[in-house]
Design a protein around this ligand. Sequence first.
Ligand SMILES: [Zn+2]
Length: 528
Amino acid sequence: MDVDILIRGAQVFDGGDGPPVEADVAICGDRISAVGRETTTLSARRILDGRGLAAAPGFVDIHGHSDYHLLLTPTAESAVLQGVTCEIGGNCGYASAPIWGAWREDRARSYREVYGLDTDWQEVEEYFRRLLQPGISINFGLLAGHNTLRGSAMGGEDRAPTPEELAAMVAALERGMDDGALGLSTGLVYSPGCFASAEELTTLTAAVGRKGGILTTHMRNEGDGLLDAIREVIAAAAAARTPLQISHLKTYGERNWGKLSQVFDLIESAQRRGVDVTADRYPYTATNTGLQAALPRWALEGNKAEQTARLRDPAVRARIRQEIGEGPGTRDWSQVMISEVTREEHRRYQGLRVDAAARLAGQEALEFVLDLLYAEKTQGDAIYFVMSEENLRAILQKPYVMIGSDSGCRAHYGPLSRGRPHPRTFGSFARVLGHYARDERLFDLSTAIRKMTSDPCRRLGLADRGRLRPGYKADVVLFDPARVRDTASYEEPFRYPEGVHTVLVNGAVTVEAGRHTGARAGQIVRRT
Ligand SMILES: [Zn+2]
């Protein structure tokens, strides 16, 4: 046999801007060996009929959270059934590694309690080994996380690090980069990252830049303080001469929707000054994060036990009420849906808006939220309906914006089949292809594919992925451009998309006729 797999007669999108061409794709082992029409005389172990289908490079999710999810659901159905063949995890400041000390024990305890999962690593290399032990169905790359580094070095305290603590963060970050991490992520809205100064951010950004990595940032503020938050991260990237990826770019809250043109001005004027800044976004107008993100940042100091204990203090409750429960900044609880809880007795609240759940519990909304967070030990997730569709479209259309799901992989069975997660987990990539590119014509299909293939790979320094070209890794998606669409909704999020036929991961047929084959050919991706 000349080749292992031959895809015949597909419309080939090579990951660039050009229109598709009808061609064959030949694969030997885990690499593409030829693309074109001169393959007709080749003999192949396996022939896949691509007629009527689009062939594209496997989709790369530049903004994922599967660090722990992949250990619970190594087959990554929600991702690979959309055509995602590679995810970059460790985003928003929270990474599986490097992690150490009391912070590691705290995380380990909660994963053991909630999922029965043992987490025995500290370093990135150890984590990668653990991930590959059972095998994974998608490729995975990791960012080190600022919150994880800071928590490990100095706990959840609201203060500046000592020189020794800062040195420990930098040293761990450098070890992580040497082990194959692709960069550093921040979650400056979350504890304990929110306690960091701009100087701390710049020091770490410079360290990651020296190692050739990028900074991805969930900024300090995406609403009232959005413009200052963008200025802060652009200044850090410029001072540290490090490429910057703004994560899930958005204008949070209706009163901030009008800031979008200033957002674009800040980013584009920085680009003109030579700052290397790009962004990503998921194709939905609701966010999904911890319910505790509804609280003021001072309430989040310390470890989980300290945060939880604080929620019982009447003085703390009164202060929270004053800040978010009354007056002009009052939270509209009808815009917040409880998506996932850990305790059985709270499951009846999943899928309900907070105001409705509070009525069910016979409580006032803020009291209900504080009691729920206390009983859940500050865990529990929520979906916040706070964004503008018009702004979403404008953001997606920007040439420097890529597609990221901002979610951890799941499946319709197993430990991650519960709750009402955000539909972006099961639908992001199919939604961009079907809804926004084909139906709404925000951009053509080549552009949509570029945003999820070659753009993120270039950003991350993955030189042998993201294109359908000879010599590249054989991550390939075959889908029906007329039928591809997302089907997951806020009400029914556990629904796989339609129209994705075949997915190859490193040359292994991982999805066939829209079904997972069980293959686990995923690899760790590193800068090349
Ligand atoms: Zn985030």
